[in-house]
Ligand binder design. Structure first.
Ligand code: ATP
Ligand code: MG
Length: 342
């Protein structure tokens, strides 16, 4: 009998290096750690002496980074500010092998940056003291949007899979969505949408990947049992005209709904080893694109995405995995399941 492990092993063996285009909100995550020895005389606040500064790609940039580490040929499209955060972010992506010529450095917004400052004093453990966000205060200039739009058609034609990664930071506006929709339809490409905004804007996508709260916001009711989950899947598929919908449900795993083909759910793997779930959704989207671009169906893609998520949630910060590591993890799971089998 074909087991769950056999399906996953077969899907893993099929993975290739598809060309994936990611259009969306690029974010830089900055982590600063330091020591506190003194309280300031200017205000009753601790003075943090910086010891370590660590930068990681966030938002769409995390999906892009995950794709590159998974072995996809990845092209990034989006904007940064004309600032050091922007050049740091582009450099991180380039070091991972990402094609970044579609990333525009623009004057009207800063690079979206989320800074976590953590500190410890002599007798305390490290803890977060402050989170500082630098966000766009206004829309992108019409010229910036026109430049992005003009590049989309040619980039979509070159890709096997197109991802729109919308973190509500101003890149994924209706006009851009229209351009992407027209291009993916005319070139018959797989179109995956990961959006924190209104999913109805992305009518006709191949796959939508809301997490449970995002699905609930779109529906206006809570998903709290099998019946509401099934209704959510049906309603969202109907209202968005998507071919498939994957609701990621945190520690409850994920559920796939399809127009053609069966619905399916998988439980979260590795729940005991959870350390940090930040960015797991980005890993899921990246793995789905890699799998779909390698010829897997959505059920196989979901199985692989679930496996990849179970690996990155064991690590601190937004994190990535590789097909080799997924292979290794699958084998470990198999050994645990059947310790006496050969
Ligand atoms: N506590 C957990 N235990 C086990 N697996 C988890 C847990 N949280 C998340 N996962 C795995 O990660 C997947 C994606 O998580 P989630 O639904 O939280 O996405 P998300 O909210 O979009 O994440 P993010 O936006 O932080 O990237 C889940 O479907 C599951 O496979
Ligand atoms: Mg998400």
């Amino acid at each position: 009998m074909k087991t769950f492990f056999d399906t996953m092993a077969a899907a893993l063996a099929r993975l290739q290096q598809p060309r994936v285009l990611v259009i969306g909100d690029l974010i830089l995550d900055e982590h600063i750690e330091g020591d506190v020895e003194r309280i300031s005389r200017e205000a009753p606040v601790p003075i943090v002496e910086e010891r370590l500064r660590h930068l990681t790609p966030g938002g769409a940039a995390n999906t892009i980074y995950n794709l590159a580490k998974l072995g996809a040929q990845t092209t990034a499209m989006g904007v940064t500010g004309r600032d050091s955060a922007g050049s740091d972010l582009v450099q991180l992506l380039q070091q991972a092998g990402v094609e970044t010529s579609g990333v525009l450095a623009v004057g009207e917004v800063p690079t979206t940056t989320k800074t976590r400052i953590s500190a410890q004093s002599r007798q305390s453990v490290m803890q977060q003291v402050l989170r500082l966000d630098r966000l766009p205060r206004g829309p992108l200039n019409p010229e910036t949007l026109a430049t992005l739009n003009a590049a989309i058609e040619a980039q979509v034609a070159l890709a096997d899979v197109v991802i729109v990664s919308d973190y509500g930071q101003g890149v994924v506006v209706p006009e851009l969505i229209e351009t992407v929709r027209a291009a993916v339809k005319s070139h018959d490409k797989i179109w995956i949408v990961d959006s924190q905004e209104d999913l109805r804007l992305f009518h006709g996508a191949s796959l939508l990947t809301p997490n449970k709260p995002e699905a609930e916001n779109n529906l206006g009711y809570r998903i709290h049992d099998e019946a509401t989950l099934a209704r959510a899947g049906e309603t969202l598929l109907a209202e968005t005209g998507a071919e498939a919908l994957l609701i990621t449900r945190g520690d409850e795993g994920m559920s796939l709904f399809q127009i053609q083909g069966p619905n399916a759910s998988v439980p979260a793997l590795n729940r005991a080893a959870v350390f940090d779930v930040t960015g797991a959704g980005d890993t899921v989207v990246a793995t789905l694109a890699l799998a779909a671009g390698s010829g897997c169906d959505w059920i196989e893609a979901m199985q692989l995405a679930n496996l990849a998520a179970s690996i990155v949630i064991r690590r601190y910060g937004c994190s990535t995995t590789t097909p080799a590591e997924m292979q290794e993890t699958l084998q470990q799971m198999q050994r645990k399941e059947a310790p006496h089998a050969e």
